[in-house]
Design a protein around this ligand. Structure first.
Ligand SMILES: [Zn+2]
Length: 180
């Protein structure tokens, strides 16, 4: 998970903002923006409903991860690079998630949140990326823009990374709502 500006629970209204942070944002025609944000948000929400049903309303993502064959490693580290703080990452080739527990503890404190609940929430976000890599396909690839535009020439195609993030936010958000 890249640094988040909108957690603990980014809503659909903040998803558009996430798209704006994408380095490809300027290449997305303005008339397409709302539609692709909705598409990514719906995808995350639908996946949350599926997982909730599949695991009988299980609220602990450490349990869900284990039953899914995904291992979680808790790294005692505050992971800061430049001026950004990272909370976790998903190593797709290895079906492994790393949680940076000191980063998460700081974030939990700032958001007045229980540390265990914060870990669980961040793990749920990463779990969506795991689903993307193992079952759903990458949300970021569902909409593509030219990699390079030079005058009349459009070269290559690239997906929009922010769409995967929006999907993961929606997943975490919807799952939390289902547990209430
Ligand atoms: Zn993420």
């Amino acid at each position: 998970m890249p640094p988040d500006y909108t957690l603990p629970f980014p809503g659909p209204d903040l998803a558009e903002q996430e798209l704006r942070y994408d380095y490809c944002y300027a290449k997305i025609p303005p008339e397409d923006r709302a539609g692709i944000v909705n598409m990514a948000w719906e995808r995350g929400t639908a996946a949350a409903r599926d997982v909730f049903a599949r695991y009988d309303g299980e609220g602990n993502f450490f349990v869900i991860a284990e039953r899914s064959g995904l291992s979680c490693e808790e790294v005692d580290k505050d992971y800061v690079m430049g001026d950004l703080r990272y909370f976790s990452d998903y190593l797709s080739g290895q079906k492994r998630i790393r949680l940076y527990t000191r980063s998460i503890a700081l974030w939990a404190e700032q958001n007045n949140m229980d540390e265990a609940a914060a870990r669980n929430l961040i793990l749920s976000h990463e779990y969506f990326h795991f689903l993307e890599c193992t079952a759903l396909g990458l949300t970021s690839r569902l909409y593509q823009v030219p990699m390079l535009i030079i005058g009349p020439f459009k070269i290559g195609r690239t997906g929009i990374r922010a769409l995967s993030e929006i999907g993961a936010h929606a997943f975490a958000h919807a799952y939390h709502q289902l547990l209430l």
